[in-house]
Ligand binder design. Structure first.
Ligand SMILES: [Zn+2]
Length: 327
């Protein structure tokens, strides 16, 4: 049986853009990627967040690149408007559901797309962005990431370098605007700096438990407790390297291990989903695209969650945070 879900992170728009740029066919409705509308529908999608991911070494202007991706996001929503519609305010979520449509939420993955400027951040807010990562895996004008060695994974959390002065201003401005501050990819110090500035909820859209899988893209137990204290959520990331070190195949039970650890440490309100689909190697996954999510829901219940708790993980926790922040 299908169960409603909210996925806080995917890189599908980037993948579509690479195809468009190479004059290859591309479609959000049906494709060979991890996510398309057909499989979102069959899996029970309620809200899908779409990240405008900017890879700094390859772009001249992060602002212009993210703006180009945003154009493509709206082109695809327009082509598929009978199935999917954007969320700009909390009321849109129920409105889209009543119309039988999946909701789409625009997010920014690379804080440098606002180039340190409140006006540029506001530009993206006005275009519908409601969530932004401080950093990806590079240092930028807002703050520092945890060091990630692209060849060997990541072993060194950065406890020294956090938000810059500009970063502190931008985070405070995001709170004023009603944008969700996302600490996935941020350094440990950046995480704690964000927790000092943001009094209400903030999120880690796609990060797991470092206690179970020692990758620095994951959260320590202390961080999970702080996210919970703030009323925020962390989205389960399906990336094999963030679930289980060295595994060739990742089962729904491996996902459930992280969900159960989140709940043990931070309570049943702290965990949601943040697939990272189209940014990860999904060939290694039992839950290999959104149409497999009902299997995950069944696994969570089999592992001892109540149906209400499984629904909290699938959508209720994230919806609570979204409706709290996005006015
Ligand atoms: Zn990411």
């Amino acid at each position: 049986m299908k169960h409603k879900f909210i996925d806080m992170h995917c890189d599908t728009i980037s993948e579509l853009y690479y195809r468009k740029r190479e004059n290859k066919p591309y479609s959000l409705y049906e494709n060979e990627l991890d996510i398309d509308i057909k499989r979102l529908q069959s899996g029970g999608a309620y809200i899908q967040c779409f990240a405008m991911f900017t890879y700094l070494p390859k772009v001249e202007s992060a602002f212009k690149y993210a703006d180009t991706l945003t154009d493509l996001y709206y082109e695809e929503l327009e082509k598929n408007k009978e199935y999917i519609a954007p969320v700009l305010c909390a009321a849109d979520i129920d409105k889209n559901e009543a119309a039988g449509k999946i909701s789409a939420l625009l997010t920014l993955e690379e804080g440098e797309c606002c180039e340190g400027s409140a006006e540029k951040l506001k530009h993206f807010y006005d275009r519908g962005a409601r969530m932004m990562n401080i950093t990806w895996n590079f240092k930028n004008s807002l703050g520092h990431p945890n060091h990630v060695d692209v060849n060997n994974g990541s072993v060194s959390p950065d406890m020294e370098n956090g938000l810059t002065e500009k970063g502190k201003e931008i985070v405070a401005y995001m709170v004023d605007l009603g944008m969700i501050v996302d600490v996935s990819h941020a350094s440990d110090k950046t995480f704690y700096d964000v927790a000092d500035i943001v009094k209400g909820p903030f999120i880690a859209s796609h990060s797991n438990c470092r206690e179970l899988c020692g990758h620095t893209r994951n959260l320590t137990d202390d961080m999970i407790r702080i996210v919970a204290e703030h009323g925020g959520v962390s989205g389960l990331n399906y990336c094999p390297a963030f679930i289980k070190t060295g595994a060739d195949y990742i089962t729904a039970d491996d996902f459930a291990d992280h969900v159960l650890h989140f709940i043990k440490v931070g309570g049943e309100d702290v965990v949601g989903l943040g697939s990272d689909f189209d940014g990860i190697n999904s060939k290694k996954l039992q839950v290999r695209d959104p149409s497999y999510l009902p299997m995950l829901w069944d696994t969570l219940v089999k592992r001892g969650l109540t149906e209400e708790q499984a629904d909290k993980v699938f959508y209720k926790n994230v919806k609570r945070v979204f409706t709290d922040i996005i006015k």
